[in-house]
Design a protein around this ligand. Structure first.
Ligand code: C2E
Ligand code: MG
Ligand code: MG
Length: 469
């Protein structure tokens, strides 16, 4: 009986121990699990804030820290740094070396910012800085000197690159962080490609231009469909006879929404994004129709020059598209001249020479526009087979007088062009005195407000009809 009882007690105790052990094990396991998960979570949280390429802060971390900085009463500046033509570095040296360049730049920026601010790589080759500053000029000096150009040595390679920086000295700390960096971006985007290694500083005028640019870009295609781009023609006058012997087609944007917009406001913008090509085709089409009409009506026709943007050089199908626009109307070809600005030859000399040869072969004539305004050298004249040289209006003094030195240059350029077998047009003639001097120098044609402003196609048709000896 006792034996039975004892064994009963043992059994109960054993099962009690077992329960306790099981429960303790569960508790220990739960604790270990929690510790493990917490460790993982901390690692995950750190990863969340680290940019894997630069091993520095990422945008998330930057945004988090920015809140603290913006709460301070110090002078703060938002700056954006972008590597100029970074894709070429990636293409040429490979992604790994590209990444090494990004890391190098992050470290440099981090050094410059020190403990006075924060920085991160936001995406691709864009870096953001939010930092204190004491004097604006001092900050700009540092940015320019330390961040504009670098040579990185990776293995046995020296990689050289330049950066563009956009800077916004923060006036309103309540602005969204995105808006602050938008302002810094506007000033950096406003830098032209040729200004690599430059620094743009935000001001309100930039904001206005940027907003305008945005709305022009958004409305451009619709404007083409609505026929808002109009071709105007400015007469070219023969200095020997005083008769109109040609015209230049100049585009005008008469927008339903924004009214009259000058070419200087939208042509440079559309040259950047390539839209100018569509405008050039519109203008060419209307010039073709104008000439065809006059030929059909057996009315007097003069040669019309049409501006062609340098962007066409990037299009391998340019000549095919040109033939498509002209179509069956081959009879217009002798009446069309293409104006190409001299600066086009700077970047793509060989391609330009080739293209001009082909245009000539197709039966179009060529004029070099704005001659003397840029950096073109005389060797350009040696290589290019042009029919007309257009002397830039900057050679004519704006007070109407001709300066002695400018006179000598104009005279020599006219002689030079004649010796090369081409004609000369001088642009921007605004008074009789200028016209008289140009006549004495043997200039063939003049174009300017003195003889006629750019006018609608209908007015130009009338102008031609009335232009009799
Ligand atoms: P550009 O080809 O050199 O055209 C001559 C510019 O000088 C025109 O300005 C014309 O109105 C202006 N001008 C003519 N006579 C005088 C004068 O006596 N005094 C002054 N101060 N200016 C005069 P616009 O029409 O504003 O065109 C500006 C520029 O825009 C053009 O310079 C050309 O580079 C570009 N552009 C105009 N139309 C087109 C186009 O259809 N396609 C392309 N790609 N560019 C165009
Ligand atoms: Mg022109
Ligand atoms: Mg010109």
């Amino acid at each position: 009986m006792n034996i039975w009882r004892l064994s009963d007690i043992n059994k109960e105790q054993i099962s009690l121990y077992l329960i306790i052990i099981t429960e303790l094990s569960i508790i220990v396991l739960l604790c270990l699990g929690t510790i493990f998960m917490y460790g993982r979570y901390r690692l995950y949280r750190n990863d969340m804030y680290i940019d894997t390429v630069t091993l520095g802060s990422n945008l998330k971390r930057f945004k988090k820290d920015a809140k603290e900085y913006l709460g301070s009463d110090k002078n703060l500046v938002a700056a954006i740094v972008n590597i100029n033509e970074f894709r070429y570095i990636n293409d040429y040296y490979g992604i790994e070396n590209g990444n090494a360049v990004l890391k190098f730049l992050y470290d440099k920026i981090h050094d410059v910012v020190g403990d006075k601010g924060i920085c991160c790589r936001s995406y691709n080759d864009n870096f953001l800085i939010l930092t204190e500053y004491i004097e604006r000029d001092r900050f700009l000096y540092i940015m320019k000197n330390y961040l504009s150009g670098f040579t990185v040595t990776i293995g046995d390679r020296n990689i050289f690159f330049k950066c563009n920086c956009g800077v916004y000295f923060i006036e309103d700390k309540n602005l969204d962080l995105e808006k602050m960096f938008d302002k810094a971006t506007v000033s950096y985007k406003n830098l032209s490609v040729n200004q690599a290694g430059s620094l743009g500083v935000y001001d309100t005028e930039l904001d206005r231009i940027f907003l305008n640019n945005k709305k022009y870009i958004v409305h451009m295609q619709e404007a083409i469909r609505n026929d808002e781009f109009k071709t105007y023609i400015q007469p070219k006058i023969c200095l020997r006879t005083g008769r109109c012997v040609g015209g230049e087609a100049l585009v005008r944007w008469i927008s339903d929404k924004y009214g009259y917009i000058r070419p200087s406001e939208f042509i440079p913008l559309f040259e950047k994004n390539g839209y100018v090509v569509d405008i050039d085709w519109c203008v060419l089409r209307s010039v073709k129709d104008f000439i065809t009409n006059r030929l059909e009506q057996k009315k007097r026709v003069v040669k019309i020059s049409v501006n062609q943007s340098r962007i066409h050089l990037n299009n391998p199908y340019y000549l095919n598209e040109l033939e498509t626009v002209i179509g069956e109307a081959v009879e217009v070809k002798p009446y069309i001249e293409f104006e190409i600005t001299e600066s086009t030859f700077l970047d793509r000399k060989e391609d330009s020479i080739e293209l001009i040869k082909k245009l000539n072969k197709l039966g179009f004539s060529i004029s070099i526009d704005d001659f003397g305004s840029g950096y073109s050298s005389l060797s350009m004249l040696k290589d290019i087979d042009f029919q007309v040289l257009k002397i830039d209006q900057s050679f004519l003094q704006k007070d109407g007088k001709m300066s002695k030195r400018a006179d000598m240059i104009i005279k020599s350029v006219i002689d030079l062009a004649h010796n090369l077998g081409s004609e000369v047009v001088c642009e921007g003639v605004e008074n009789e005195e200028q016209a008289e001097t140009l006549r004495e120098f043997g200039c063939d044609m003049i174009q300017g407000f003195y003889y006629g402003k750019p006018m609608t196609l209908e007015s130009f048709a009338q102008y031609l009809d009335n232009d009799k000896f």
